[in-house]
Design a protein around this ligand. Structure first.
Ligand SMILES: Cc1ncc(COP(=O)(O)O)c(C=O)c1O
Length: 440
């Protein structure tokens, strides 16, 4: 329960992506966090099965990050990066470039995943124009994709609930098909066997619109928010080949797959497929401060950063692009990832993770389980006439028994901090199993 019992104490905060009235009638509040655990407002430990929102990859309450941010704020709290600069933004960009997939070593800072997506789409358009391909204005996304909440992101995104209230969105956007195929692929661990040919849907859109009208295609290497859909085997390679063949830029949205989620620094490394641009956020600062970064290939950067030396090359940026405190948080976060070898942790735990999740295979209502790296989607059959209700009840039940999971429609999603211990993985599976046994 919320400690402040005054009527209306929760009214002023219009909560994001939340059923506000339901929540405020029975609030769930987290008051503190350390390591793998939150502490609820009423003092109960809650095991973090979701890294907050896929961002606290190194676990909560890291003093190294707090100290770096505090020192930075006392040294230089804020300085602009428009026609000015400050050292830590350059240092952090260089650090990020040093861990980037081959060639993606030019870094544009943003304040969030949504801003990273908008930035990548705009860079793609600017690049095409700069190489004399100004007719390439079309952007391609994928059904069931999530690319944040900005107009760019919801336009290329493919989740109807995020789109339907907001008008015609960006013009000239189209979508390739999603890759979810329960009939062919249910209970695949890792990348499913069937579906590489779905990448050919990009070829269909080329035939429909003409390659010369298409600037870029953006996909999440693992579709996360829609319920953890690993790409079919061979799918990303095929998408890469088709995009290259037609001069279409390939953007990987790595906002959740970046910074170790899959057992490699980025999904591009894990799947061995290099995009032209990569959007990141979340784990870049371990969630401690808002920040994002777009990793851009040197060729794209050099084509845009051209022309007279005195001209601003890209009319784009944010007040908080490369915020000093966020850069400090990011540098301290990278130190932790590297000192604790957290980018390989998901690989070390992969078998235990898979085993624990698949132990729920015969639990009530479960129709699919998907695992990749340290992420899992457990799909439930919807209760007739009440889509989403069953998974929501599992979420509430888990929270009451001390586990934070995330649900999207009737899918329970898990993405714990990379510091998770084997025993805690077993606890997660046990709590979800008990919740599943209880819901109707
Ligand atoms: C793949 C992907 N892209 C973009 C975003 C948006 O990030 P943010 O909420 O920081 O704007 C998210 C957030 O979950 C995401 O999963």
């Amino acid at each position: 329960m919320y400690a402040d019992a005054r009527a209306g104490a929760l009214d002023a905060f219009w909560m994001p992506f939340t059923a506000n009235r339901q929540f405020k009638a029975t609030p769930r509040l987290l008051a503190a966090a350390q390591g793998m655990f939150y502490t609820s407002n009423d003092g109960r430990p809650v095991l973090d099965g979701t890294s907050g929102l896929w961002c606290v990859n190194a676990g909560h309450g890291r003093p190294e990050i707090a100290e770096a941010v505090s020192a930075q704020l006392r040294t230089l709290d804020y300085a602009p990066n428009f026609q000015m600069g400050h050292p830590i933004a350059f240092q952090f960009a260089e650090r990020l470039a040093s861990i980037a997939p081959a060639g993606l070593d030019r870094i544009f800072f943003t304040g969030s995943g949504s801003e990273s997506v908008d930035t990548a789409l705009k860079i793609a358009l600017a690049y095409q124009r700069s190489i004399g391909q100004g007719g390439r204005t079309r952007l391609i996304g994928r059904e069931r994709g999530y690319h944040g909440a900005g107009f760019g992101g919801i336009s290329v995104g493919g989740l109807v609930a995020n789109r339907r209230a907001f008008g015609p969105l960006l013009p000239g956007v189209d979508h390739i098909r999603h890759t979810h195929d329960l009939a062919a692929n249910a209970f695949s661990a890792g990348s499913p066997t069937h579906g590489a040919a779905l990448a050919d849907d990009l070829e269909r859109l080329v035939q429909l619109h003409g390659a010369e009208t298409i600037a870029a295609v953006i996909v999440e290497p693992v579709a996360g928010s829609t319920g953890v859909l690993p790409p079919p085997k061979g799918y990303l390679d095929r998408l890469r080949q088709i995009a290259t063949r037609h001069g279409i830029l390939l953007i990987f949205d790595e906002v959740i797959t970046g910074f170790g989620r899959l057992g490699a620094p980025f999904a591009a490394d894990y799947f061995g497929v290099t995009p032209d641009l990569m959007t990141t956020a979340k784990g870049i600062t371990n969630g401690a401060l808002p920040m994002g970064a777009v990793f851009v290939s040197r060729d794209i950067h050099d084509a845009v950063v051209d022309g007279p030396d005195t001209a601003i090359e890209l009319f784009h940026g944010y007040t908080y692009s490369g915020h000093p405190a966020a850069c400090a948080a990011g540098m301290a976060t990278l130190d932790i990832y590297q000192h604790e070898d957290l980018f390989s942790r998901a690989t070390a735990l992969a078998e235990d993770w898979r085993e624990a999740m698949f132990s729920l295979r015969d639990a009530p209502h479960v129709i699919d389980i998907r695992t990749v790296g340290l992420a899992a989607g457990i799909e439930l059959s919807p209760r007739p006439g009440e889509p989403g209700a069953r998974a929501y009840e599992v979420f509430v039940d888990c929270f009451e028994r001390g586990l934070l999971v995330r649900v999207t429609a009737d899918i329970v999603a898990l993405s714990p901090p990379l510091i998770v211990e084997r025993g805690q993985i077993e606890m997660m599976a046990a709590s979800i199993g008990e919740a599943l046994a209880r819901v109707a």
